[in-house]
Write a protein that binds this ligand. Structure first.
Ligand SMILES: CC(C)(COP(=O)(O)OP(=O)(O)OC[C@H]1O[C@@H](n2cnc3c(N)ncnc32)[C@H](O)[C@@H]1OP(=O)(O)O)[C@@H](O)C(=O)NCCC(=O)NCCS
Length: 160
């Protein structure tokens, strides 16, 4: 679905609102300094926000390592879940990744976070391993997931 929000790159002025989402949605929220680093490092990071009526509904931070993409963070403001915000942020990042020639994507997600895992599954992510006690505060394990992002140019014409 396409929502009534727009997606744009995050800016320094967004940090205060992003900290609220971080603190509401993650047991180990990012600090202001880390967020600022992620937002301003355009060389290897792409941090986007979904905005409706001037309010941030969700955010996605990805990192590029050569031809791979790493999902660093994905969060939707409390009360705004289930509207397709995360899906539209991922769609936007995937379109950009195709232009950059990214061929694989990876992420860590808490083993108990079934909702996020279902979402990631729709993007072709599959579990490949577990990082034990990855989340320091909760002691929870993380599932490591990978997805192949088949470049469209490689599809080529079908055999005659
Ligand atoms: C996980 C998370 C990012 C998902 O964000 P979201 O915006 O709710 O995700 P979407 O709306 O795009 O998709 C989630 C569900 O809503 C459904 N949905 C999408 N658009 C919808 C709509 N218009 N109406 C009803 N349902 C809809 C999707 O089918 C999906 O269903 P599912 O739960 O059965 O899989 C969000 O819940 C969140 O911030 N969680 C806490 C932080 C977190 O876990 N982050 C990910 C780990 S790093």
């Amino acid at each position: 679905m396409s929502g009534d929000w727009t997606i744009r790159r995050a800016e320094r002025r967004d940090v205060r609102e992003l900290l609220v989402i971080e603190q509401a949605q993650f047991p180990e929220p990012w600090s202001r300094g880390l967020l600022l680093d992620e937002i301003t490092n355009h060389a290897t990071r792409r941090y986007t926000v979904a905005v409706q009526d001037g309010r941030i509904l969700g955010c996605l931070g990805v990192m590029f390592v050569i031809d791979e993409l790493h999902v660093n963070t994905l969060g939707v403001a409390p009360g705004e879940e289930g509207r397709g915000v995360a899906t539209s942020l991922l769609d936007d990042a995937w379109a950009d990744a195709a232009l950059r020639g990214i061929i694989r994507a990876t992420l860590e997600v808490a083993v108990s976070n079934q909702r996020a895992q279902r979402l990631y599954g729709r993007y072709g992510f599959a579990p490949v391993g577990v990082r034990r006690r990855y989340y320091e505060r909760t002691g929870e394990d993380a599932l490591v997931m990978w997805a192949d992002l088949a470049p469209r140019v490689a599809d080529g014409p079908p055999d005659a």
